[in-house]
Design a protein around this ligand. Structure first.
Ligand SMILES: Cc1ncc(COP(=O)(O)O)c(C=O)c1O
Length: 379
């Protein structure tokens, strides 16, 4: 394979079935919100998650996060606990509501919310006479977080738990789908996710009344079919039919996509198991990761092999890789906020690399990735 070729990190995979599904929605003129495709997509998502919870299709995962906080009754000035190892979209809805994020570090196994640091953060909030109004826990890169411990803490203090499962469709914890444990869960279907609707998201609600409120708020809080009456400040967050039609079609290949990503993780495991100073971030016992992105950690700062070195080597070979999320408490916009932990997330950011993780890679591309990796670590 020549240098001109390009292997993306996790590019959208669109096939003829998807094109036909979108064409059908266009021909039926069900392109905007409402119509049969949205309801069908929601039902297929519920089946796929194997849940009795309600699923509300929305136009982004960020909208789902925002609505989850509104439905958890978060008010200006409230503390909201937020995993620091995440994409900025997890924290921004806290700021939309003028609430105060309290960032919590990762544990060093799944690099998701650290239960000990979570307890510390809650104690801090209580010492300020303010119980946190919600907890955002994330299944980063599709790897399930320590749900038993985290859910037990949320229950103990009676704080609503919101799972950001944007990257984790198809991942499970003790056989149950990620996103269905908390009071709310959210999914994203943006272009680089395991399935895409172009742009899109979903809110998973345990409580059917809250789901009804979510639908209401997502459609400008309009009341009745006629006229223009609105009973509160609403949002234009509903998923259009065109996107839902694509989602229905994309969901059909979810299992195949998960298998492809897990096989790729298996290939990486085989390459790295005998190499010193590098480790993959792996699923833990009793969990099943969709391995949306496979993440490599460089464990020896003195090694001549580095994330930046490998990233450049990949780039020269026409392969995309990416640094893990910059922890949110280190972002200029959030650096003044509270943070509890011991730099585990920062370590992943500094010493990690997201490896190419597309689910549509050809045998030739897989061979190219393998040879490029082996060449780097043989220098
Ligand atoms: C962890 C996480 N949370 C939230 C989001 C936001 O989703 P969206 O881009 O659909 O708004 C994303 C992805 O973009 C994400 O990766």
């Amino acid at each position: 394979m020549g240098k001109a070729s390009k292997i993306g990190l996790s590019i959208p995979l669109i096939d003829e079935r998807d094109t036909a599904a979108v064409t059908e929605a266009l021909q039926a003129n069900w392109i905007t919100a409402g119509g049969p495709f949205v309801g069908t997509f929601e039902q297929h998502l519920r089946d796929c998650l194997n849940t009795k919870s309600e699923v509300v299709a929305l136009n982004t995962g960020t909208a789902a996060l925002h609505l989850s906080l509104l439905l958890a009754d978060v008010k200006p000035g409230d503390f909201v606990i937020c995993q620091t190892m995440s994409y900025v979209a997890t924290a921004n809805p806290i700021a939309y509501l003028n609430a105060i994020p309290v960032f919590v570090d990762s544990e060093a196994e799944t690099f998701n919310l650290n239960p000990d640091a979570l307890r510390e953060a809650i104690q801090f909030c209580l010492s300020q006479n303010k119980k946190p109004a919600a907890i955002f826990t994330v299944h980063s890169y599709g790897i399930p977080c320590k749900l038993d411990e985290i859910a037990a803490i949320a229950r103990q203090y009676e704080i609503p738990l919101i799972e950001d499962a944007a990257e984790a469709l198809g991942s499970t914890y003790k056989g149950q789908a990620c996103g269905t444990f908390g009071d709310f869960g959210i999914l994203s279907f943006n272009g680089n996710k395991i399935i895409t609707t172009g742009g899109g998201g979903a809110l998973i609600c345990k409580d059917a009344t809250k789901a009804k409120q979510a639908r209401h708020l997502a459609s400008q809080a309009k009341i009745g079919q006629e006229g223009f009456d609105h009973d509160s400040i609403g949002y234009n967050y509903a998923m259009p039919g065109l996107n839902a039609a694509l989602g229905i079609s994309q969901l059909k290949s979810l299992e195949a996509r998960i298998s492809a990503k897990r096989n790729l993780h298996g290939l990486y495991t085989e390459i790295f198991e005998n190499l010193p100073d590098v480790e993959l971030v792996n699923e833990t016992t009793d969990t099943f990761a969709n391995y949306w992105l496979s993440v490599l950690r460089f464990t020896n700062p003195a090694s001549r092999f580095t994330p930046a070195g490998l990233m450049q080597h990949f780039k020269d070979a026409g392969i995309e890789s990416r640094q893990p999320w910059k922890p949110l408490h280190l972002q200029g916009i959030y650096e003044q906020q509270h943070y509890f932990g011991d730099k585990a997330a920062e370590t992943l950011w500094r010493n990690g690399l997201c490896l190419p993780s597309g689910c549509g890679l050809t045998k030739t591309e897989l061979k190219h990735i393998r040879e490029t990796l082996i060449a780097y670590f043989s220098t």
